[in-house]
Structure formats: C-alpha cells, structure tokens
Design a protein around this ligand. Structure first.
Ligand code: UDP
Ligand code: MG
Length: 326
C-alpha cells in the first residue's frame, strides 16, 4: 500500500498534483465542533493564500459528522471528506487522512479546536527557516483535569527514560510537517502507531512552537482513561524493549536471592537448625509467582503486537472519498 522508502524523494519531487498546504483532522463524533472548525481553518487558509485542502476523516462517527463533512465538501472544493469503514481510533484515522492528502506541507490538527489553527502562519514561518517539523508545545492546558495533566506528565517522563528517541513532553500530534517527513512516516507499516514518537524518530530539524492549549470548543473527549492506557502501552512497546529486558534483570536478582536461600538452607540443615518454614515458602511463592505473571504479561504485550503486525492487514479501510480538487 505504501511506497517503498527508496525513491521516496524522487516520487515526491515528480508528483504532479500537489497543493501547498494540507490540513488533516481526524473526526469522531465531532458534529458540534466541525462547522466552527471549518470556519476557522477556512479563514486561516484564506489568509495564508496559495493552494490548500482540508482533509477530514470520519472515523466511524455515529452522529451527523459525515453529513456535515460532505455538505462542506460540496460547498468548498478545498474540503476532502474521507469516511472509514468503522472506528479505527485517532492514530489510524489520522494515518488514513495523511495517506490521502496531497500537500507539500501538512498540518496535523484535532478537530476539537483545542489547538488553534491560527498558529499555521507562525508554523510556516518557522518551517521557512529550514525546519522539517514544527510541533506545538503546550504552555498550559485549559479545561483538562489535574488527573489528565499529571498522567500525561508522568507518561512523558517514563517514555523518555525508556527510549532512545527524544519525544518532546507536552506535545500532541498538532504539528506542521514537510512532505518528505510525511512520506517517511507513511512508509512505516507499523500498526500500533504512536505518531508523535514516530515523527520524532525520523529526525531532521524539529522545532517547537509554544502555545496555550484551550478547552474543547464543543463535545467531549473521546479519550477515556482506558484508551489513554492503551495509547501509552502502544507508545512504550513501539519504542522500547526495556520492559522486555527487565525480566532479565529481575531474573538475575531472583536467581541470586534463590542461591542465597539455597546456601542458607544447606548450612541450616547441616547445623540441624531448619525451621518448619511455612512463612518463607509462602513468601517466596508469592513473590516469584507475582514476578512470573508480571513478566509473562509483558511478554504477552509484545507478542500480541507482533501477532497483530504479522497478520499484515491494511491499517485502515476507506469507504468513500468525496470532494477536493480533481
Ligand atoms: N478521534 C478519532 N477517533 C477516535 C477518537 C478520537 O478520530 O476514536 C479524534 C477526535 O475527533 C479528535 C482527536 O481525535 O479530533 C482527538 O480526540 P479528543 O479531542 O477526544 O482527545 P483529547 O484531546 O481529549 O485527548
Ligand atoms: Mg481534544
């Protein structure tokens, strides 16, 4: 489905029908914010000038999102409405939009207006100074619970300790990337995508743009705690095998402790000082059993992802594409 990495640059240079800018937004049940989103993005693109497109991906919404999108596509040739077969989740919906878009520069943004599209000109100015990626970095986060902020902060600390990739804290997927970076991103076939990490992994010159993150314009977050935990697990397992290696370290420690117990019991036996030992056996069993289950779980987490990946199914399935320039 994706072009091979070799020759990507050539393909990008010879691609005939590019627009200057693509704005790509995944939308899941966003009927309440979409009209305002389209109005504000449209105004920004008018101000920036040049050719542009807005690629909206309907990620299996159950509300009127698709109707609003297709109406917008009918009214404005810049709007491209993409509908997926079903809900694929934020990262894969975004990937679908990115694979459809044709811009030389691509703005990745959420549809909920938490990240202001008005920053596009500033991002473009930074990109003009030879940047491959300009990522939004949040100064403050309005309307997000203390819990969400604390878990996010803890998560970024953890992932940066566990991985070699420098993933900037307090940055979401809101960013402007070049076509070159996008093609490299799309050439990565992995299924459990942590896009901000994958973009960081690509490298090049990546510069932050500081901004204040607002509360959602309307509707509610589609990221409940369960999805956040899954997202964090995807991120860590996609970029780090440290948890897998941890079983080795713990194994060595447990082996050393076990050896100590062995010597102790032999010596004790020779000295006729062995105790009934119920407590120590139970303690050791509990500890070892717990550790083994933990390690099996970690191995399972990787194995499951490996299995998913090995199936090689398409990452997303598009049902319709409506509108846009021909
Ligand atoms: N989203 C999506 N599919 C999903 C969940 C979310 O396309 O299954 C979109 C959603 O419409 C929004 C973006 O991903 O444009 C970010 O979601 P949300 O704002 O709910 O997350 P939060 O900002 O609360 O972390
Ligand atoms: Mg949001």
């Amino acid at each position: 489905m994706y072009p091979a990495t070799d020759g990507l640059l050539v393909a990008a240079m010879s691609e005939p029908s590019r627009t200057a800018i693509s704005v790509v937004a995944p939308c899941f049940n966003e009927q309440d914010v979409l009209p305002e989103f389209l109005r504000r993005v449209g105004a920004v693109l008018d101000a920036v000038g040049g050719t542009s497109e807005v690629v909206l991906v309907d990620d299996g919404s159950r509300d009127r999102t698709w109707e609003i999108m297709t109406a917008a596509a009918a009214a404005d040739p810049r709007v491209v409405a993409v509908r997926l077969m079903r809900n694929h989740g934020h990262q894969l919906a975004l990937t679908a939009g990115l694979s459809v878009c044709r811009g030389e520069r691509i703005l990745i943004i959420d549809a909920d207006l938490q990240d202001p599209p008005e920053l596009l000109p500033d991002m473009m100015a930074l990109m003009d100074q030879d940047a491959d990626v300009v990522y939004g970095q949040r100064r403050q986060r309005d309307g997000e619970s203390l819990f969400k902020r604390a878990t996010a902060a803890g998560f970024y600390r953890l992932i940066n300790r566990l991985t070699d990739v420098d993933i900037p804290a307090d940055a979401g997927d809101f960013r402007l990337v070049t076509r070159r970076v996008l093609d490299l991103l799309l050439a990565m076939p992995e299924r459990h995508r942590f896009i901000r990490g994958m973009v960081a992994w690509i490298g090049g010159r990546q510069v932050p743009l500081h901004y204040d993150r607002h509360a959602r314009a309307a509707g509610e977050s589609k990221y409940p705690l369960s999805k956040m935990i899954r997202f964090a697990a995807d991120a860590i397992t996609a970029f780090s095998v440290v948890p897998l290696m941890a079983s080795m370290t713990i194994g060595w420690v447990m082996a050393a402790v076990g050896f100590g117990f062995f010597i102790y019991s032999i010596v004790g036996w020779f000295m006729h000082a062995t105790l009934p030992g119920w407590a120590s056996i139970m303690a050791a069993m509990g500890l070892l059993g717990g550790m083994q289950f933990l390690m099996l779980g970690i191995i399972g987490a990787y194995l499951g992802r490996l299995y998913d990946q090995s199936k090689g199914r398409p990452l997303f399935m598009i049902r319709d594409i409506v509108g846009g320039r021909k």
